[in-house]
Design a protein around this ligand. Structure first.
Ligand code: ADP
Length: 580
């Protein structure tokens, strides 16, 4: 555009210059023509009346004009002061009309020189005219007029203009190519840099910018590449740290929740979602109370934000699963605090164990109190006179012995269950012959069975079975089960012990025809100190620990125990143990 504008100005100026030069040439020619024709014109004008001289002068003038026109390649005209053409290079002057109204002649009559460009009515061509006034010796005026065809000038102007346009186009093309190359060298790397910067901003990892120049753009690209690699390194570090943190957080049993100062959730690990049963899956950015419908937690946050220090509380979370939770809330740094971090511990098991311990202590004291109170009462009775009662004193001593034995048994059972439960009991797990253990237990319990005329039946499998267990432990299991069966079976009943192999396990059943156990007690009879029939158990010297010991021992050997029973129809305890 600039080049076109420039060219336009140049060509206009050039046209003006050519016009000026043409005018100058016309002027110079007219001056020279005027000096050449002065005498002949004077003859024509001044010798009026002398027709012969005048026509001779006119003929000479016409011949001179024609000759000069041929030499100068111009149209030459001589007129008198009334516009009558005296000589004309292009026509016979007699055929040419009066020139008095020609603008260049009118101007020349006033100023001595006249210029005009117009179509010639004589030759019908566009012409550039210049006329000069001249005077004859007698003071009459005449005009010399010089003209060139405008077409010739225009042709010259057009030729020059064409050349200029061509040159301009050529230079324009070269300049555009050069500009493109030069600007491209700057713009392309900058465009690349912009692309990369946008890619980095949108988080897409990018290859470095390829700029090989050593100018400012090259230095900028180098600095950019350094910045990009440094940023990439830091992003990677951040990502790794983030991944590490989320791995740590998601593998934690403790729940972690962080909220910002507007009490909106910034972070919540999986454990916290499980512990508090989040109401929404997309918790990040939501208000705490919307995601976790827990007033105690909300109040703890308020307390923590008010005090600025750590606060803790314990509460029961009311979800499908009841849980006891302990929460510690700490303010994030900042004044006012930038938020709060809460750490949640599931203390349900802890509470359960605490309750169990309290229950156990209460049970133990209660169990110990009863035989001790009996011993104390019998001893007091003896001291207060029964000692000299020969009929009863021995009976009282027997009772004391009996209660002491009960105490002893209770303490032995308690010690054993404590050892089995704590895992301190060192078992010698090896191949144990079930036949042998059943024999031993059979012998242990024969007397008790005979006392109640209970039939003790053993139904061994066709071939002996070995289990992978501790022999003493298996003996304790069987003693307890057979002992209970005899205890809770009325006289003349029957207790059957049978065992067999099923896949890779040994199944052993102790079946009795006793009082049976109501379904509501089936799971609980394996708890410590639990008695289905309290009065009968106590009367029979039970401690309420036997089945609990059985269950723990079976579990310690990788097996289990199960009960099938109906009140009044007897009970069957089934033990499963792995084969050796
Ligand atoms: P205990 O020393 O009282 O027998 P156990 O733990 O051995 O304690 O048994 C728990 C309770 O299970 C007993 O108090 C009794 O009520 C019931 N029980 C156990 N074995 C039998 C059985 N074979 N028949 C009926 N009731 C039984």
């Amino acid at each position: 555009m600039l080049a076109v504008g420039f060219l336009f100005i140049v060509t206009s100026a050039q046209r003006e210059e050519i016009n000026r030069q043409v005018e100058q040439r016309l002027f110079d020619t007219a001056i020279v023509l005027r000096s050449h024709v002065t005498d002949l014109v004077a003859d024509v004008l001044d010798k009026e009346g002398d027709e012969e001289s005048v026509s001779q002068a006119k003929a000479e003038l016409q011949a001179l004009i024609v000759q000069l026109a041929t030499e100068t390649q111009m149209r030459l005209t001589i007129t008198d002061d009334e516009g009558v053409v005296l000589a004309e290079s292009e026509r016979d002057p007699k055929t040419v009309l009066n020139h008095a109204n020609r603008p260049e002649l009118r101007e020349a009559s006033k100023t001595g020189k006249g210029v005009a460009t117009r179509e010639s009515p004589t030759v019908h061509l566009d012409m550039y005219y210049l006329a000069l006034k001249m005077k004859s010796s007698k003071g009459r005026s005449a005009f010399v007029r010089v003209a060139v065809e405008l077409d010739t000038i225009n042709e010259r102007v057009d030729t020059v203009r064409r050349s200029l346009w061509l040159l301009a186009l050529l230079f324009g093309a070269i300049a555009t190519a050069l500009t493109y190359a030069l600007v491209g060298r700057i713009i392309n790397p900058l465009a690349q840099l912009t692309d990369r910067a946008q890619a980095i901003a949108s988080g897409i990892d990018q290859a470095p910018v390829q700029v090989r120049s050593h100018d400012e753009v090259g230095l900028l690209a180098e600095a950019f590449n350094q910045m990009q690699s440094e940023l990439g390194r830091r992003f990677r570090q951040l990502r790794e740290k983030n991944e590490q943190m989320s791995t740590v957080l998601s593998s934690m049993d403790e729940g972690i929740i962080a909220i910002d100062m507007d009490e909106r959730i910034v972070l919540a690990n999986d454990a916290s979602k499980t512990l508090l049963n989040f109401a929404t899956a997309n918790e990040v950015g939501r208000p705490l109370l919307e995601a976790v419908r827990s007033r105690p937690l909300y109040e703890l946050v308020q307390k923590c934000l008010e005090s600025g220090g750590p606060e803790q509380t314990e509460f029961e979370s009311i979800c499908q699963v009841r849980r006891d939770l302990a929460v510690r809330a700490t303010c994030l740094p900042g004044d006012p605090a930038n938020g709060v971090v809460m750490v949640l511990h599931n203390i349900t098991e802890l509470r359960r164990l605490e309750n169990l311990r309290q229950e156990f202590v209460a049970n133990v004291s209660h169990e110990l109190k009863t035989p001790l109170a009996s011993i104390k009462a019998y001893a007091e009775t003896l001291r207060l006179g029964a000692m000299s009662d020969p009929e009863n004193n021995l009976k009282f001593v027997d009772r004391i012995e009996e209660q002491a034995e009960r105490l002893h048994q209770l303490i032995l059972d308690m010690l054993q269950i404590a050892r089995v439960e704590s895992g301190e009991e060192a078992f010698e797990i090896t191949d144990v012959s079930v036949n042998k253990v059943v024999d031993t237990c059979f012998n242990h319990n024969t007397d008790a069975a005979q006392r109640k005329e209970i039939q003790l039946v053993v139904e061994p499998p066709p071939s002996p079975i070995l289990v992978y267990a501790d022999e003493d432990g298996l003996t304790t299991i069987l003693d307890n089960l057979i002992g209970n069966a005899i205890k809770y079976t009325p006289e003349k009943g029957r207790v059957t012990v049978r065992w067999w192999q099923e896949q890779d396990q040994m199944l052993l059943e102790v079946q009795d025809t006793g009082i049976g156990i109501a379904p509501e007690h089936h799971t609980r009879v394996f708890e410590r100190f639990y008695r289905a029939d309290k009065a009968r158990s106590r009367e029979l010297g039970g401690t309420g620990l036997g089945l609990s010991i059985v269950k723990h021992l079976c579990q310690a050997f990788g097996g289990s125990v199960k009960l099938c029973s109906k009140p009044g129809e007897g009970s069957t305890f089934q033990v499963r143990l792995p084969l050796s």
